[in-house]
Design a protein around this ligand. Structure first.
Ligand code: ZN
Ligand code: ZN
Length: 244
């Protein structure tokens, strides 16, 4: 059994297609005994997503709500085959952590696109810390190769619970292969909800079932212990020349 203490992939109403406020999200996190949450809003290229000014307003963003520590992240899209990201380095430096992702609403790509190289090039950016929903069959990649690069660059691979519930059909089998590969290569995983409504916060049972089915070691899941989680967050901040 794994105990998860942090959920770093949550969307608020600022995303334009999610349904709860930051405070509502924090209240649910508290009920579910989480200690940390992270808002990972999309970048400006997601239709209806926050404009750049959202990321500039972080001075107003709460660091703590009712004893829950709140981090200011972003789910950053890859825009094209050159791996252009939809937030520039200056913006990426202002957030606490960056999750990189592909979404068909932003980058449709071609059937033959080399998503492996496109993703690996994006991972070279030091402000990218986590890889979102890697098992999405819409963007096939060479899993052993991406995991190898993730280990080399110290990036964390996400197992996204929403992929098994409401979106990205066909992710389950791929995520099993990915988790096995991460286990084999000694990489790190983070379990997330990708909540778009507050009640979904801390909902990652399907991801945990998957990890349990392959006996994934809990030491390699970064959000199973406060010490490990904090040390990762501190690393993400340090890369940005900041402290919490
Ligand atoms: Zn996403
Ligand atoms: Zn998301």
């Amino acid at each position: 059994m794994y105990q998860i203490i942090a959920d770093l992939h949550i969307h608020s109403i600022a995303s334009g297609h999610a349904f709860s406020t930051v405070r509502e999200i924090a209240m649910v996190a508290k009920q579910k005994n989480l200690q940390y949450i992270g808002l990972a809003e999309h970048g400006p290229s997601m239709p209806g997503g926050p404009a750049p000014i959202y990321f500039e307003a972080r001075g107003h963003f709460p660091k703590k709500i009712d004893n829950i520590e709140v981090f200011f992240g972003a789910e950053i899209d890859i825009l094209d085959e050159k791996s252009t990201l939809d937030l520039d380095d200056q913006m990426l430096k202002k957030i606490d952590y960056g999750i990189v992702s592909f979404h068909p609403q932003v980058y449709r790509g071609e059937i033959r696109s080399d998503y492996t190289s496109i993703l690996i090039r994006a991972l070279e950016n030091p402000y990218i810390n986590i890889i979102a929903h890697l098992g999405n069959p819409r963007y096939p990649v060479d899993y052993p190769m991406v995991v190898k690069k993730a280990v080399e660059y110290n990036k964390v691979i996400e197992i996204n619970n929403s992929s098994f519930r409401v979106s990205r059909k066909g992710s389950l089998e791929n995520c099993k292969i990915i988790a096995q590969e991460v286990k084999k290569q000694g990489g790190y995983i983070i379990v997330t909800s990708d909540a778009h409504y507050c009640d979904e916060v801390g909902d990652y049972q399907l991801s945990l079932d998957l990890l349990e089915s392959i006996n994934f070691p809990k030491e390699y899941i970064i959000n199973t212990s406060p010490t490990k989680f904090q040390s990762y967050m501190n690393t993400f901040l340090k890369i940005r020349g900041r402290e919490r």
